[in-house]
Write a protein that binds this ligand. Structure first.
Ligand code: ADP
Ligand code: MG
Length: 621
């Protein structure tokens, strides 16, 4: 086979372009990426050899070798791991398969176009994605990769200067495994500290980023890394720096973790876990194919990434390692889901994560606030899916509230502030804080001095339906049901006086509302729309529509304020001229106004405006 030249896929080209014009300030991470790939390749080979006894490979000296040629100014990262076939090289190195890379590139471009944020914002985004193999081009102007797949395939040589295209050719004498050779850029020569043709730089970089890698990393005769699995070392023997680097290795996040969690069980079923909470929401947190789960090891042997059986979806941002002693190395994803021991580990991990956040909330409020603002939206999904831990999840939740606009409140604090006589936890759901605060539903609560939780995340609409109470106080929506705050009672005479009006309006508005009644919740507004408990709320209806479903339209209830001049005048007019067509217009206007006041959308805005304009004309003539 002769040499073949292949164009990089468009997205790969864009990413490479960014790498070459290196926007990432800490270029030395390329070595971490290459070592990380080699480490993965060695893990895969060991597992493959274990599972397939026929596979002809030598696993007696699996390792990573770093080779420096200071004359030629090259650095080679070599492993005798699983290797790649020609097709795999083209597939894995020539394209970017990672989901969401297009979005990342779009965001990068946007960040760079926004003046002032360019450098930092780009670094942040790139870091989140785990820059991978292409990061080699930050320090090299030409990269060669020679590889041979374990099990007797033909060797392949891949080569590129990064821009535009790469070549692939046969490499008959390639040893099994992969060697990546970087032809280092000349401009870095002047700075010995950042010159990767300098063994001291390479050694320090390995120590810094890759010390915990369990395979030996050799530089000449020396093994540079200490190779100890962090989770198997005593807590006191591991430095924060080491935890941070390990976190970066497993999470592809370049920042510090927010919290490190260690966990171990002894006895009949032994395992160790090392978990991390991130300090920022991972970019894919709300993508459909978000990565989820921690790495699974069995007796120090890597088994799989993203082991979703170990972590429920709502804690998908938790990263780390679980190393179990008594599982089979052959265990598959499907079997894992049903494995009782795995289920027990998962239970314990979840409780530990929740209690860690609780402790953070009690002891380190600032850290907790960061956690919640970044990841709370995901955690709240657990209120729906994890019934066993619902109470523990509620305890670590915070919500915006009318009490203090700048600080979210916990339910515990809400209860502590509850005045005498209030016996429910009140909340409002909606699209924005401003809309909720100015909604007529809020009037009676404001008058009474009752605090209302303002829930504006889409998931809030959903979980409130499944959580009946907290500490025996009912969670109660201010927009559903009959609110009776024990204020000025509407006396029986008034009620009777309004009967005819209510009945007439109910029939006049029958297409839009299911009932018209007097309100206990209004002080300033004339009318408000409310729902029955359990009814689909307007926001939920919109959510279903956004998801392409057609939910049944739920009619709501129109409540009138019997003390409002508009309502009392309407009643008087209806008593005198029950057949006046203009009254019907007024009823429709009242309904539309109630809808607008809560931030809702009119079904027919043009018809509403026509009505309004007719009324205005009359009032002027
Ligand atoms: P990532 O490691 O996040 O998947 P990379 O860009 O680092 O992204 O690598 C892309 C893919 O190329 C890897 O997933 C792996 O399949 C393959 N690869 C890279 N380096 C090696 C290697 N040394 N040995 C075998 N396969 C490798
Ligand atoms: Mg990688």
């Amino acid at each position: 086979m002769s040499t073949e030249t292949i164009e990089f896929q468009a997205e790969a080209r864009q990413l490479l372009h960014l790498m070459i014009h290196s926007i990432y300030s800490t270029k030395d991470v390329f070595l971490r990426e290459l070592i990380s790939n080699s480490s993965d390749a060695l893990d895969k080979l060991r597992l493959a050899a274990f599972r397939d006894k026929e596979l002809e490979v030598d696993t007696s000296d699996l390792h990573i070798a770093l080779e420096i040629d200071s004359e030629q100014r090259t650095l080679t990262v070599r492993d005798n791991g699983i290797g790649m076939t020609r097709d795999e090289v083209v597939e894995l190195i020539g394209t970017i398969a990672k989901s969401g890379t297009a979005e990342m590139l779009a965001q990068l471009r946007q960040a760079r176009e926004t003046a002032g944020t360019s450098e930092e914002a780009s670094a942040e985004l790139i870091g989140q994605f785990g820059v991978g193999f292409y990061s080699s081009f930050m320090v090299a102007d030409r990269v060669e990769l020679v590889t041979r797949k374990a099990g007797g395939h033909a060797g392949v040589r891949w080569e590129s200067a990064g821009e535009g295209s790469y070549t692939v050719a046969e490499a008959p004498d390639a040893p099994q495994g992969t060697a990546v050779t970087l032809h280092l850029k000349p401009e870095d020569t002047d700075d010995a500290l950042h010159d990767f043709a300098n063994p001291a730089t390479v050694r320090a970089t390995v120590k810094r980023y890759s010390d915990f890698i369990t395979w030996p990393i050799r530089l000449g005769d020396e093994t540079v890394n200490s190779r100890k699995a962090l989770w198997a070392r005593a807590q006191k023997d591991v430095s924060d720096e080491e935890y941070s680097e390990f976190y970066r290795h497993v999470s592809h996040d370049w920042r510090e973790p927010l919290e490190t969690i260690r966990l171990a069980a002894e006895g009949t079923f032994e395992y160790q876990a090392l978990l991390f909470l991130p300090s920022h929401a991972p970019m894919d947190l709300f993508w459909r194919e978000a990565r989820r789960g921690v790495q699974l090891y069995v007796k120090r042997v890597f088994i799989m990434d993203d082991c979703e059986a170990l972590i429920p979806e709502y804690l998908r941002f938790v990263k780390g390692v679980v190393d179990a002693n008594d599982l089979s190395l052959n265990i598959s994803r499907e079997i894992l889901q049903q494995d009782r021991q795995i289920q027990l580990i998962r239970k314990r991990l979840v409780r530990k994560v929740l209690s860690t956040v609780k402790t953070m909330q009690d002891k380190e409020p600032d850290k907790y606030a960061t956690f919640w603002s970044e990841l709370g939206r995901a955690v709240k999904e657990g209120l729906l899916s994890d019934h066993d831990n619902q109470k523990a999840i509620l305890e670590i939740c915070s919500f915006d509230s009318t009490h203090d606009p700048s600080t979210p409140t916990t339910l515990q604090d809400y209860l502590a502030r509850m005045p005498e006589g209030q016996d429910a936890i009140y909340y409002a759901t909606g699209e924005s804080r401003a809309a909720l605060e100015s909604s007529p539903h809020m009037e009676a609560f404001r008058a009474k001095g009752y605090e209302v939780l303002l829930l504006t995340d889409p998931v809030d609409e959903v979980w409130v339906g499944t959580v009946p109470s907290f500490e025996e106080k009912a969670l109660t929506s201010i927009t559903t049901g009959e609110v009776d705050l024990g204020g000025d009672e509407v006396d029986d005479d008034t009620k009777q006086g309004f009967e005819a009006l209510l009945a007439w309006m109910a029939s006049a508005l029958a297409d839009d509302v299911k009932e018209v009644r007097l309100s206990h919740r209004l002080t300033d507004s004339a009318a408000v729309l409310v729902g029955d408990p359990g009814d689909l709320t307007p926001a939920l209806e919109r959510m279903y529509r956004a998801m392409g479903q057609e939910p049944p339209t739920v009619k709501r209830i129109l409540e009138l304020n019997p003390r409002h001049a508009l309502v009392t005048s309407l009643r008087a007019a209806h008593e005198q001229r029950p057949d006046d067509a203009q009254l019907g217009d007024t009823a429709r206007l009242l309904h539309g106004m109630a809808l607008l006041a809560e931030g809702g959308e009119l079904a027919e805005p043009a018809a509403f405006v026509a009505l309004l304009s007719r009324q205005l004309e009359k009032s002027l003539s």
